[in-house]
Design a protein around this ligand. Structure first.
Ligand SMILES: [Zn+2]
Length: 569
């Protein structure tokens, strides 16, 4: 017993010693790690950016502009309320756009205009030969026509649909413009300031698509969103959305039994889609969001429709899941028809959303500038994960872009209970102003941090619609080559590919064009022709010279100045 107790006492003493040592080690580890965390900066601003922001922070007129925004706070809030009460449903932004256009004129911007898409913008001209920076907030809300947009005040909060997203940003941007004017600041680069349409939902980024299509010389972009300051978004989650409609003759469930069903075809497709495997990194997702169809319980369905959303932080993964999806959608037609030995089911495939994804470095000029600006204004900036916003397009095109918050606090965005609180709200437009000035430079103070001459790729438009993820026309000398599938399918035709013979066949308007990779010989409706250049493969796409496409009756126009290839049929 005693011996045992002795051992126990010894073990107890040892354990006590061990725990004292453990505690000491833990304490040391904690002190060391605290020191390490304090020393290891989560994000580094380059010496060049730091030097520029030291100069800007010390400049009297920049200080004056920042002070102006603070004194302009009440005015900005008033303007935010007024703009919020102008309804701006998707595709119906005209009234708010016209109002915003007047405000841009009143602030003294040059060349204020509304483009064909409905975007409104004007210019703060630079000294000449500087970079061109685009800064916009979106005019559209998610709320349908008839929504009550009256601003209501309760407990220091303003409640109204759209009061934060994106009316806060529209108002903050006007305050930034006033501050530049009031302080007499002359930027080196040009600043294009405006309100854009089509950011939300099925608007499908139509506003920024038009802006970047029409202005191939934009070097950088800042999108302002309602919401608190401090976060910098620079990555883009891409999404492709489809409306799939299966159609058949339909009939009585008993009397016409033996006929294929549109709903059964849809079910076959969904069963396959539901089992898709996608990567977790880069995060890639798919959802059949809605289904509808059929007319009654005792009818074979004549129509069945689904809306499908596919997303990824990597454009190639969007394309991968999309390819599997389209293949299963088509296979379901074959299977449903085969089941009943019929040809009656067909499918209509409609792309209703195309927001391209893109990767971007975290040290681009706009990210660096915004980070440094926020450090000057005060607070701890942070970089956000990818999301789906107006910067998707420039990021995809390789043009540096960020999203910044317009200031204040907010919640319940996209809901009728959306609210906004004007807490320290002036810090938002101050961040935006200082980020802009770093990027464009200020005459006599700093050189632009934004690099002039960003090269956006050639864009392809088919019958007035921009084709993005599948399309990258190329130009070498006077030869323009076009991705065959994007061109022909964008104009309503179809392209099939035979891997064994490396032959693609395009069908459009009752004609057939066969091209062979590696050969300039093509076949139009069975007759041999010669194209200006051999068909080739680029990133898995069959590229043909523009003249080969014209054999199908396609009209093509390429303008070098706008880097836009327009195809019509
Ligand atoms: Zn928004």
């Amino acid at each position: 017993m005693s011996e045992k107790r002795g051992i126990q006492q010894e073990v107890g003493a040892m354990l006590r010693k061990v725990s004292v040592v453990t505690a000491l080690i833990l304490a040391i580890v904690m002190v060391v790690s605290t020191v390490c965390f304090a020393e290891a900066s989560p994000y580094a601003v380059s010496p060049v950016t730091k030097a520029a922001y030291d100069k800007l922070a010390a400049d009297a007129s920049v200080k004056e502009a920042l002070d102006f925004i603070k004194t302009d706070d009440a005015n900005t809030l008033k303007e935010q309320r007024t703009i919020c009460e102008i309804p701006s449903p998707p595709f119906k932004e005209q009234v708010r756009a016209a109002d915003y256009q007047k405000r841009l004129v009143a602030e003294g911007l040059k060349d204020v205009q509304m483009d064909k898409e409905g975007n409104v913008f004007g210019i703060i001209p630079g000294t000449g030969n500087g970079p061109k920076l685009l800064v916009t907030a979106h005019l559209d809300t998610v709320f349908p026509e008839g929504t009550d947009v009256t601003v209501k005040e309760k407990d220091d909060r303003l409640y109204a649909p759209g009061i934060s997203d994106d009316t806060r940003a529209l108002a903050a941007l006007l305050s930034v413009v006033r501050a530049i004017k009031d302080a007499g600041i002359q930027p080196v680069g040009d600043i294009i300031v405006g309100g854009n349409v089509g950011e939300e939902g099925l608007g499908d980024l139509r506003g920024v698509k038009a802006l970047f299509r029409d202005h191939p010389d934009i070097d950088g972009y800042i999108s302002i969103e309602g919401g608190s300051r401090g976060r910098i978004t620079y990555l883009a989650t891409g999404s492709h959305r489809y409306e799939i409609t299966y159609k058949g003759p339909g009939g009585h469930s008993f009397g016409a039994f033996g006929m294929p069903s549109a709903i059964h075809a849809l079910g076959r497709a969904i069963a396959k889609i539901a089992d898709f495997q996608v990567p977790t990194d880069p995060k890639t997702t798919f959802t059949v969001g809605t289904v509808s169809g059929g007319t009654s319980v005792n009818s074979i369905a004549a129509e069945a429709v689904m809306l499908v959303d596919m997303r990824s932080n990597d454009e190639q993964e969007v394309l991968n899941v999309e390819a599997k999806f389209l293949s299963e959608v088509k296979a379901a037609v074959v299977k449903e028809n085969a089941r009943w030995n019929s040809h009656a089911i067909s499918v209509n495939i409609k792309l209703v959303g195309d927001r391209p994804a893109g990767s971007a470095p975290d040290n681009s000029a706009p990210v660096q500038a915004a980070y440094a600006a926020m450090q000057v204004i005060g607070g701890t900036p942070s970089l956000s994960g990818p999301s789906s916003t107006d910067i998707n397009l420039p990021v995809f095109l390789g043009i540096p872009a960020i999203v910044l918050g317009g200031g204040g606090d907010s919640g319940n965005n996209h809901s009728p209970d959306e609210w906004y609180a004007n807490t320290d709200a002036y810090l938002g437009p101050q961040d935006v102003l200082l980020t802009i000035l770093g990027l464009t430079g200020v005459k006599g103070v700093t050189e632009p941090l934004l690099v002039k001459g960003a090269v956006r790729p050639i864009l392809l438009e088919t019958n007035g619609k921009l084709q993005l993820s599948q399309a990258d026309p190329q130009k070498a000398g006077s030869l323009v080559t076009v991705p065959l599938r994007a061109a022909v399918e964008g104009l309503g035709g179809q392209v099939t590919w035979d891997q064994a013979s490396k032959t693609a066949e395009a069908k459009l308007g009752g004609h057939s064009l066969k091209v062979n990779v590696g050969s300039a010989q093509v076949t139009l409706d069975g007759a041999a022709k010669t194209a200006a250049a051999a068909a080739s493969l680029l990133n898995g796409k069959t590229m043909v010279s523009l003249d080969a496409l014209t054999l199908l009756g396609i009209k093509g126009e390429y303008v070098d100045a706008t880097k836009l290839l327009k195809l019509t049929f």
